[in-house]
Write a protein that binds this ligand. Sequence first.
Ligand code: S3P
Length: 172
Amino acid sequence: GIARRIDRPVVLVGLMGVGKSTVGRRLAAVLGTDFVDVDEEIERAADRTVSEIFAAHGEAYFRDGERRVIARLMEERHGVIATGGGAFVDPATRALILERGIAVWLDCDVETLVERTGRRDNRPLLRTGDPRAILADLKQQRGAFYAEAPIHVVTDNGPHGETVQHILEAID
Ligand code: S3P
C-alpha cells in the first residue's frame, strides 16, 4: 500500500463493542505502525483485569488509572490507540486526546453492540442490568462527547475491513 505519514496517534473512541480494538489492530497493520489497547495497558499496570479493578475499587478508581495511562500513552509515540468506551467522556482525557491525537469516533447501532459485547463477559458496566438497555442509555448519554471527535465513522454491522478503509480515507 501507500506509505502514509501520520504525525499524531490515531485514537479510536466509541462505545463498548463497536470494534475499537479489532479495527485498531488492523488499521495499525495497514499503516505499518504499532497498536496499543488502553484497557490492556491498564490491566498490565494494575496486574488485574478491568472487571477485577471495578469490583475491588469501583469505577472512579478505574477512571483515575485510565486517565493516567492515557496521559502516558499520549506522550509516547504510538501509531494507533484504542481507548475504553468511557475514556473520551472524561473531560481531561478528552482534551488530551483532542490536543495530541487524531480522534476517530467509531459508531454503530445498539443491536450490533449487544451482539458483539455478548460474546465475552468482560464488561462490568453491562452486568448491572439488561445490556441492551444499558448500551442504549450510554449511547444517548455519551453521544455528544464522542461527537467532539473530528472524524466520525459509522460501521453498523459491516466488516471491519471496510471500517479500516473508511478511517484511512478520513485521515488521508
Ligand atoms: C467501559 C468500556 C470498556 C472498559 C470498561 C468501561 C465504558 O472498554 O474500559 O469496562 O465505560 O464504556 P471497551 O470499550 O473496550 O469495552
